[in-house]
Design a binder for this molecule. Structure first.
Ligand code: MN
Length: 261
């Protein structure tokens, strides 16, 4: 196995979640699999990195580790310490229980873990399965294997990952997509606790998405698998020109790009 590609597998649902087991099974034979995942639920922790307490690693099997930290901690720790002197050829995050589409990629620990791989210089994939009645891991597991094999063969440009989402039920096909747009809805539920004090619960409302063809949410809603390439560089390039005349009066030197003026 020493020449086999190394695949670092992680998630944000925890190392014992069904989705990561399905993923490990699906990737079996593609390379040397290393599982480094949180020891519990870490969904929606985004790209959080633990800086204020020690991290502990529990070996839960051969090349399998549970970490009392975030998905980003897992990728960082996996690559810097646990994998030893050979880095991964690919980072795969998932399979998440629940879709990670549109702006939700910014909250997602699943996608952030893949981004951490990208930041450290390795190609990465995030795979999510829309949750609901009748959900299975079959299609998402098969997709994860195909995507992993494809990326191992073709590679990905720097700073780029693939974010895949699988619909409920047998997929009608695969669409290459862009991120969808969520319409604002009542996302926060306000109630009173038994002592009459105000409490808030985020995420109580059903998200509503703009029906834009070619976006991940739209196509997944129509029964297709979506694959969206995501780029780490969030620079709003098209706005740079518009900002040309931004010259704060308290600065005595002219504004310039990239520090040069
Ligand atoms: Mn999750």
């Amino acid at each position: 196995m020493s020449d086999a590609p190394r695949i670092l597998v992680t998630n944000d649902d925890g190392y014992s979640a069904e989705g990561i087991s399905a993923l490990m099974e699906a990737l079996d034979g593609l390379g040397e699999l290393w599982l480094v995942a949180p020891d519990g639920e870490q969904s929606a922790v985004s790209h959080a990195l633990t800086l204020d307490r020690p991290l502990r690693v529990r070996k839960v099997g051969e090349r399998r580790f549970a970490v009392n930290g975030t998905p980003t901690d897992c990728v960082t720790l996996g690559i810097s310490n646990l994998l030893g002197d050979r880095p991964p050829d690919l980072v795969v995050s998932g399979i998440n229980r629940g879709g990670n589409m549109g702006v939700d990629v910014h909250y997602s620990g699943t996608v952030s873990a893949a981004f951490e791989g990208v930041i450290l210089g390795y190609p990465a994939i995030a795979v999510s399965q829309v949750a609901g009645e009748g959900m299975t891991w079959e299609a998402s597991a098969a997709l994860a294997r195909e995507l992993a094999a494809w990326v191992l063969e073709h590679g990905l440009p720097p700073s780029t990952l693939l974010n895949a989402n699988v619909p409920l039920g047998p997929p009608r096909g695969l669409k290459l997509t862009r991120l969808g747009v969520r319409r604002y809805t009542e996302g926060v539920v306000e109630q009173r606790d038994p002592r009459g004090r105000r409490i808030y619960w985020i995420g109580g409302g059903e998200p509503v998405w703009e029906a834009i063809p070619g976006t991940d949410f739209h196509e997944v809603g129509a029964g297709f698998i979506s694959v969206t390439p995501l780029h780490l560089d969030m620079t709003g390039l098209e706005v740079l020109d518009q900002l040309e005349d931004l010259k704060p009066s308290f600065l005595d030197h002219p504004n310039g790009r990239g520090g040069a003026s």
